[in-house]
Design a protein around this ligand. Structure first.
Ligand code: NAI
Length: 334
């Protein structure tokens, strides 16, 4: 099957080529993102393979369908960037990678907590400059502190285990309690209670209409003064402008982000020779108590192998049986 693979970096090509074995599918790798301007590059392909910042809206899906595409294979778990109603109407199958390595994301979340708490980002630069003073590097013991998780699916549960290992009290809020977390001693509470009691709040829910800007000015105001906020889920779960105001007032003590609402025009590219035009993002980078990584939480060898293998399994299944191994159906919107 001919597959146009959008938004590829050298590591995507390496892992997908390996998973594709002796070349079962003809993979055409493009660096460009999928959008209305690049959709024509898929003409003649039966499938496109896309990542988190590609845009499969109704217009793009109609153009893909007209060009012969019948499968959108996502190299990620989230599908908030695909118009599922339009895909179902056109008869375009959508497949995803529901699970690859929750450990990768949970461990990166822990890395952000530790970096911010012990100021490793500042210590690293200081020591290299010969500054071995400790002023400004004061942290706190995680042991005995309260960590609040918003969402306890695969990644949230894994992060709960890591934080429990540090001796933290773990609170959580989610529509459905996870028995694995309950067995670990995680206490389920309302969001308001979680925000009021947590020293660290970490987001592990999907981006849905209900979770968009879940952490807004009111939510930030109800947090403990000086608490830490970590977002490795999806950028728009947090209202970035409200977060900047809370950082300026000192209400928010520190912020770790692996995702950003407007990341599509920034992330996965080397912009070091360019001027950043996004003033909100640029402002975030000025705070000493903010650490931003560019959607790298998933980025481990284990996760890339699993993503590539499941993606090729989705392609195989669609070619032989007419549906992806892990389809995303319109019912997911319910
Ligand atoms: P999952 O589907 O296993 O778990 C999601 C959890 O969120 C479930 O417990 C669900 O009940 C809960 N939830 C849904 N709506 C909620 C709400 N309104 N309030 C509180 N909880 C709510 O998903 P998984 O695999 O744990 O991934 C979590 C998120 O992490 C993904 O949706 C994705 O956005 C993000 N992610 C980020 C990556 C990165 O590299 N930064 C990589 C992979 C996923």
């Amino acid at each position: 099957m001919r597959v146009t693979v959008y938004s590829t970096r050298p590591y995507d090509r390496e892992f997908l080529t390996r998973a594709n074995g002796a070349g079962r599918h003809e993979l055409v790798f493009l660096e460009a993102r999928l959008d209305a301007a690049t959709v024509a590059a898929a003409d003649g392909a039966q499938a496109v393979c896309v990542f988190v910042n590609d845009r499969a809206d109704a217009e793009v899906l109609r153009a893909l369908h007209a060009g012969g595409v019948r499968l959108v294979a996502l190299r990620c778990a989230g599908f908030n960037h695909v118009d599922l109603v339009a895909a179902a109407t056109l008869g375009v199958e959508v497949g995803r990678v529901p699970e690859y390595s929750p450990y990768a994301v949970a461990e990166h979340t822990a890395a952000l907590v530790l970096t911010l708490n012990r100021k490793l980002h500042r210590a690293y630069s200081r020591v290299r400059e010969g500054n071995l003073a400790l002023e400004g590097l004061l942290g706190f013991d995680l042991h005995g502190r309260t960590v609040g998780l918003v969402g306890t699916g695969r990644i949230g549960a894994c992060f709960a285990r890591i934080m429990a290992g540090f001796g933290c009290r773990v609170l959580a809020t989610a529509p459905i309690a996870n028995p694995e977390c309950e067995a670990l001693g995680v206490r389920y509470v309302e969001l308001a209670d979680l925000l009021a009691r947590s020293d660290v709040v970490s987001l592990h829910c999907p981006l849905t209409p209900q979770t968009r800007h879940l952490i807004d000015a009111d939510a930030l105001a109800s947090m403990k003064r000086g608490a830490m906020l970590i977002n490795t889920s999806r950028g728009a779960v947090v209202d970035t402008r409200a977060v900047i105001a809370a950082l300026k007032s000192g209400q928010l003590g520190s912020l770790g982000l692996d995702v950003y609402e407007e990341e599509a025009d920034l992330f996965f590219r080397d912009l070091s020779d360019e001027v950043i035009h996004d003033d909100v993002f640029a402002r975030l980078l000025t705070f000493p108590n903010v650490v931003v990584t560019g959607h790298q939480a998933f980025f481990t060898e284990d996760a890339l192998s699993a993503i590539a293998e499941t993606t090729v399994a989705n392609l195989d299944s669609f070619e032989t049986k007419g549906h992806a191994l892990h389809p995303v159906s319109i019912e997911y919107l319910a």
